[in-house]
Every structure is written in structure tokens, then in C-alpha cells.
Design a protein. Sequence first.
Length: 410
Amino acid sequence: MSDENPKAPARIPRLAGERIVLFSTADWDTALPTNKHHIARRLAKRNRVLFVETLGTRAPKIGGADAGRILRRLRRGFSGPVRREKRLWSVSPIVRPKWATLGDIRMNRMLFKSSAGRAVTAFDPTMLWVYSPYAVHLLPAKGGPLVVYHMVDDLSAVPGADRISLREAELRLLARADIVFCTEKQMHERAAGVNANAHFLPNVADHAHFSDATPRGGASRALLERVSRIPGPRAVFSGQLASHKVDVALVSAVCRLAPDVHFIFVGPIWEADSRRAHFEQLGKLPNVTMTGLVPYEELPPFLHLADVLLMPYAKSNATDAVFPLKLFEYFATGNPVVAPATMHALRPWAQVLQRPRAEPAAWVAAIRQALIEPADFADQRRELARRNTWDTRLRKMERLIHEARVKRNS
């Protein structure tokens, strides 16, 4: 079974005193923090970090959340860096979502320079930590700051994304980067074919946060009390409901086949989803509760209330290249976990998971089996979560970055 070694070498060179510009694929104040937020916060403990908000992945839709996001970006775009935490700032570049042609790239370089370029230049970075492949069009030539490409998810598989231009930018970035971290095996194989210094490092979790079942209070306190009164067994999913990741047809069928199980979906429906109405219909079933967004800070008690935790991912290009952030978040609770057999990334942890085929009846059987599994599985999952944390992950990254810098300087 794969896991991190909690007894890290005593003398790992720590990143300290660096000036790190992080090119994100999300805004800082997104509702659901991801790996880039966790890494930025931990880097900022010993370094100065400038978090550059998303350079765009898909064309925005008119109205709804996208319209609000555009207005916020325009307001912040020319206001300069915003201090978010000690030693951590964010800046909002104004760019077009289109990067397909040389004209698009030139236009976006000009827009970036006028809205965020001065802040990046003034930061005088010693390191560029990149999540967005499109950032390659903004990077200096070889010989500038060390370039780390943190390769997470297949962004070209996101609905509305320009697959060709993203893949072209990714190839250029892989060739340009001094070191590459990949969160999924297939992505690592793709990266290693271009960059010899590519490393497979799956996503992990904040163990201290998710192992604590104590109610946090806040806006979701009344909701937590209501959910706690729902009779068991309770099957809980946590995360954004988007049809390119969550198999809404499978979930709907499973909920109907198991009327004695109460299904609780903790998270928002993706605003841009073409099948949004299907998720809304799911919420009308008598044994289904949709909570909407629960703040990350208040999320753990909802997971601890579960009798079984679910990862009902669809089989798609997007999920073929994903290592779920929620795996070790779920494991930290000790609760049983049901995840699809088709997710190759989860194979190393198969012995502490229920992994049904994609048929609804198989999922119902797996849920019922999870409810009666041996008690020692819970201890195994908690131990795996304890070993796979953002702090242990960053320590390993720091060692590899140190080695890459030594090699480059020599």
C-alpha cells in the first residue's frame, strides 16, 4: 500500500527567504480551496508568495457566477496586489480566456503587463511555481528564476477549454520547467516523456483539519445540526457537483435503488454545468439532501457524520487524470469509502476501499458492504491520512527542488 514516510530525513533543505510567484488556475477566494491554495499557504510560512489568479481555462458564460467573477476581476485588476496573509499576496491579471493564436498571446501579454506585470516584476521572483500551462507565454527566457511546474488535473478535459492550445502550452512548459511534480500516474508518464526531472507526487490532505470532528460553528452550524438529525445510514459526498466529474445518472439510480439510505451531497453545483438541471432533480428525491456550499473551515464534521463516504466519479478524460483531493480528507475520518473501480489512481489503496463497477446495483452492494466492514479498516485509513499530509508533501518537494537547483547551478 502506497503512502508517505512520516519520518522524513533530518536535514531536508527548507525553502526559506525565497520570493515565489505562483501562477494559479483558480482565484484566491474560490469557494473550494485546492492544492494550489494549500501549497501557497505553506510556502508563505518561510517565503514571500505572490499568488497570480487564474489566467483562464475556458470561455466564461454570460450571467451567473461567471458574470460576478468577471466584475470582481475587473475591479481588482488594476488595483495592485492584495495582502491575504502574512507574506502572501494575490494579484488579479486581466486577460482574455483565448490563447490559441500568436495574436491572442500577444494581446494577453500586453493585458497581463498592464494589469499584473508590474507587480510581478517588482516582486523580483527567485522562483516561479506554475499551475497554469498558459503561464509559459509569460515566463522569462532560460536563466531566469527556477521554474516549478505543478501538474494537476488534465485542464484540457474541462468543458469549454481549448484542448489544442492547452496541450501546446503544456508541452512548452514541460520543456521549460526545471522540475515537474505530477499528481497522477498517467500525467507523470506524459510529463516524463518531455522532462527527465518529472516526479509523481499525489495529492494529500490537511490531516489535522479533517481528523477533528468538533463542530466549528459559523454559518453552517444550523445546517450541521439539521444533517445530524437525518436518520442513518448516511452516505455523504463532499465537493463540487460537476457532470464531467460526478456521474449524475449513476448517482440518481443508486439513490432510487437504496431508499433506506439517506444520501447527503455537501457542496455546490458547478455554475457552468450543462447538466445542472439533472443535479437539481436529484435533490428532489425523498432520500437526498443537498446542502449547497459548506465553507472549507467548517467541512470536517459533515464528513464525520457519514456512515459511508462516496466518490461517484464519472469515467471521463477529466477523471482519468485526477487524483482526488478528498481521498485522504475522507481517510482522516476513518469512515468507509466507496470509489469507482475505473479510477486507476486509487489502486494502491484498494484494500481499504470499496471499489464497485459502474452499475448502480454494484454501487448499492458496495455501500451495504462498507457499512459492515471490519473495524480495523478505520484505523488503517486514519494512519494513511496521518502519513499523507501537505507538510510531508512539501518537505519532499523542497528536497527535490534543492536537488534541481544544485544541478542547474552546476
